[in-house]
Design a protein around this ligand. Structure first.
Ligand code: GLC
Ligand code: CA
Length: 555
């Protein structure tokens, strides 16, 4: 396998709105990020991914962009951005931008032109269709945020397609002018010196010629998946993007590709595919849904092991994995896959980190994960801000499919707002995030879980992450070793090995809150312990693993 810097890097995702406010308006901003670069450098990450910082009316917190070459007013100015980039680079940190080009905001100049008339030069930048004879939408597709995927526009009496909110009309990638605009804009950012892109829902950019009705699911709407996901021209478009932009710079690129299979991932991110460096697959974070994505249950460890191991082994030598437990669209990892009760929060957060960071792929840390930040104890609906969560409550409960009692625990468990509460810097009232009123509540547990406290405690989750990142720099086997799962049938233990030449790692992670026996393979009798979340001295024969214990042995 080719060795490259981005395979050896660790990425840290910043959700700018919730990272650090610098001017007291309750909203995180670019100067806030700049003020925290030393913290990120000290943690040991290599690359920062900024969730969208572009001009946006914020219907979907910046994922609805009205100007790709301007900064969101609340986040600062282009000068602030340039300073952030320069300050990051001077510390050896790279910055990747979120590229949201499946859709724009309906307030983008292209769409404002497009909706004006059927013969406007920008008409064909978006996907317009006539109503059916009875005036209804062109097909039965539902949008990802609830309701129909089509919105009727009075002006020209046609519908436009929006796979997300009605304020996020889908771009028409069939139109070469659209592609050229996007590539020119990307090139402009590359010229500025940014280091790569995370490509939002990039697997949806190509739609089939015909847009037929989809199979109707629980929502009452048809599924657009078969006609939009990994559509007919997606690889052609990405190869064109690669040729015209990506290949001309030394970048790190990752595609968000919901619904991606191993075979499809090899097309997007194969070693010689000339498309992207890697993709985000979502199988391991999607196995728990009861009501589409919503559930109040924990996924089984067997499911996690099966999916994650399949990705590890099937891409080996052929394509590169991305590794993540959470992001701005997922609940907090420790609450979801670990155990956020005070007695177990730290050990289980460290165990999850071990389990992920010893795998092959580029690890992504979502802000606050390195502190073991937890889900938020929402008490009422008015504490939520996320369009998906609010619409889901409306669609499932207010329209009567599920009772409040059934849906509420699911919302608490899975809402994206769990990840979007502000970063917890210290134990002050707003966790050091803002001097003003935060746009979304700070988790009251910032009194105990915060960066300041963890930085001064050598046994903290924070310092454990630092050690893991340092190990990845020190041992090539962590980056390039071959993965093998042990004990596939075990319900509580996630155990695997990595092998490179005559070196071998044994990674042992207990997902159980009880103590459990485990037989250490004899070949590790004389091993070295690289890291452990308890003090593991005993390394031969049958040992008793403590709750959520994790350790890594090396021979
Ligand atoms: C991606 C983003 C998510 C956003 C959606 C629409 O899934 O990660 O936050 O809502 O795309 O842009
Ligand atoms: Ca601010």
């Amino acid at each position: 396998m080719k060795k490259t810097w981005w395979k050896e890097s660790v990425v840290y995702q910043i959700y700018p709105r919730s990272f650090q406010d610098s001017n007291g308006d309750g909203i995180g901003d670019l100067n806030g990020i700049t003020s925290r670069l030393d913290y990120l450098k000290y943690l040991g990450v290599d690359v920062l991914w900024l969730s969208p910082v572009y001009q946006s009316p914020n219907d979907d917190n910046g994922y609805d962009i009205s100007d790709y070459q301007d900064i969101m007013k609340e986040f600062g100015t282009m000068e602030d951005f340039d300073r952030l980039l320069a300050e990051a680079h001077s510390r050896g940190l790279k910055i990747i931008m979120d590229l949201v080009v499946n859709h724009t905001s309906d307030e983008h100049a292209w769409f404002m032109e497009s909706r004006k008339s059927k013969d406007n030069p920008y008409r064909d930048y978006y996907i317009w269709r006539d109503p059916k004879e009875d005036g209804s939408a062109p097909n039965n597709w539902g949008s990802c945020f609830g309701g129909s995927a089509w919105k009727y526009d009075e002006e020209t009496q046609m519908y436009f397609l929006h796979l997300f909110s009605p304020k996020q009309p889908d771009l028409n990638w069939r139109n070469p002018a659209v592609r050229q605009e996007v590539f020119t804009m990307m090139d402009w950012w590359c010229q500025k010196g940014i280091d790569g892109f995370r490509m939002d829902v990039i697997s949806l950019i190509s739609k089939t010629d015909e847009l037929p009705d989809g199979v109707v699911g629980g929502s009452g709407y048809g599924d657009f998946g078969p006609y939009c996901t990994h559509g007919p021209h997606v690889h052609e478009y990405l190869k064109e993007m690669n040729e015209k932009v990506l290949s001309r710079y030394d970048l790190i690129t990752v595609g968000e590709t919901a619904g991606v299979t191993v075979e499809e991932a090899k097309k997007y991110a194969g070693e010689d595919a000339h498309e992207l460096n890697m993709v985000f697959q979502f199988e391991h974070v999607e196995g728990d849904g009861k009501y589409r994505k919503w559930t109040d249950e924990k996924v089984s460890l067997k499911y996690l092991k099966e999916t994650m191991s399949r990705w590890q082994t099937s891409l080996y030598g052929q394509a590169w994995n991305s590794l993540f437990w959470d992001n701005h669209d997922q609940p907090r990892a420790v609450s979801r896959f670990g155990d956020d009760r005070p007695a177990f929060r730290e050990v289980s957060a460290k165990m999850l980190a071990t389990c992920l960071h010893m795998m092959q792929g580029t690890p992504y840390i979502y802000q606050g994960e390195e502190l073991g930040m937890t889900n938020y104890p929402f008490q009422s609906l008015d504490e939520f801000r996320d369009i998906e969560s609010l619409n889901a409550y409306r669609d499932w409960v207010e329209q009567g499919t599920l009772s409040h009692e059934v849906f509420w625990p699911c919302l608490l468990r899975k809402s994206r707002d769990n990840a979007r509460t502000p970063m917890q810097w210290d134990s002050s009232a707003n966790g050091g995030f803002t001097e003003g009123t935060p746009w979304i509540n700070v988790n009251p547990n910032c009194a105990v879980i915060n960066a300041e406290a963890e930085m001064s405690d050598p046994n903290s989750v924070f310092h454990y992450y630092r050690r893991l990142l340092a190990l990845r720099k020190q041992y090539e086997i962590i980056v390039y070793g071959k993965y093998e799962l042990l004990l596939p049938e075990d319900d509580s233990l996630f155990v695997y090995t990595r092998t490179l030449g005559d070196q071998k790692l044994l990674v042992v992670c207990s997902f159980a809150e009880d103590s459990l026996p485990f037989e250490i393979p004899s070949e590790f009798a004389d091993s070295q312990c690289l890291i452990s979340n308890y003090d593991r001295n005993d390394r031969t024969g049958e040992v008793i693993l403590k709750p959520y214990e994790a350790f890594v042995l090396k021979i």
